[in-house]
Design a protein around this ligand. Sequence first.
Ligand code: HMG
Ligand code: MG
Length: 358
Amino acid sequence: TLADQVRIIEVGPRDGLQNEKTSIPVETKIELINRLARTGLTTIEAGSFVHPKWVPQMAASDKVLESILKSPPASQLPITYQWLLPNSKGLDNYFKVMNTSASAPDGYPTPPPSPKMDEGPALNTSSRDPNAMPGTTSGVESMSTSQTGNNQRHEVSIFMAATESFSKKNTNCSIQESLDRFRPLMAESRKQGYAVRAYISVALGCPFEGAVDPHKVAEIAADLMEMGADEISVADTTGMGTAPVTKKLLQTLKEAGIRNEDMAMHFHDTFGQALINTMVSLDHGIRAFDSAVGGLGGCPYSPGATGNVATEDLVYSLHSLGADTGVDLDEVSRIGEWITGEIGKGNSSSAGKATLAR
Ligand code: HMG
Ligand code: MG
């Protein structure tokens, strides 16, 4: 059995909802996050600061962030919220909310920093930061408790792609332009005390170019780590990844010096391979996985791509291996059923439905 702790990054409120055509009320998004924050999940990707014309569903992410800051979900555990953004405009919009809502909101309580927040990093940051304070593993962590003074931490997620075609479609720029944008953006985020996660999309297959060279993914990952990324999320946007392709990519990343503890895997389940690829990744030593409650998800610029691996399915299979996720499967299953009902979609989590039926 696998006795290790496995970290789950719940991306339902962002990846899960971004591709839904009918507008979901901001109250529903906030309720989803509030409920998820009480299941034992400790990392939630809560929204994105992208152009509202490109992804209309995420347009109210500023309202979601304001709400989390002003009325934090009643979680017993410290929760890390991640905010996806592609460029400096997105970062500015994010800072605007953080700096107005977090510092002097009306009647906003400012409790002392939670001691729990000092226990460890949310991301797998290691001692790469030359400015790290003694006794901490990075400068970012040492600042993170002062972000909001509450039982929450906020982080930035940036995203780019492993192929030129997908990069152009999703963010209207080349791979090199993405990297050029991210260097100052990452430095600024870290300076302001926010850890940075970096996604590499289409790492296991591209809807426009087909098979993807794992060496290209490794080269991008190395560039992002060198710029100061705290974690790389290696994304199978299209669900084209299979067990051998996943294995080959992980080997190539390892050979390029990317450490397992600096990576998470982000599997979409379009071809039903997400859990198989998860097993391959666990075997390789990866201990962080992205998933979305109810199996929601999809990228608007990846034709035909469907949901992320369902959190319920991931939790169920991790528990079967003896891994510790800290997540309450029953409660996550209820949330999956509720949110898919709210948006009028079938619940695509097998383990979620079976859990509720027993
Ligand atoms: P662009 O048109 O090239 O932007 O879009 P621009 O820099 O030329 O600016 C044009 C206008 O957009 C300007 O306004 C900017 O201010 C504004 P104007 O001066 O004309 O009034 N603008 C923005 N407004 C709000 N927020 C911003 C922003 N940036 C510029 N951040 C851009 C480039 C990147 C903005 C656009 O392509 C975009 O928003 N793309 C986002 C696409 C997206 O969100 N995709 C889904 C998320 S990624 C994903 O799902 C994959 C993932 O799950 C992993 C996986 O599975 O692969 C993470
Ligand atoms: Mg995705």
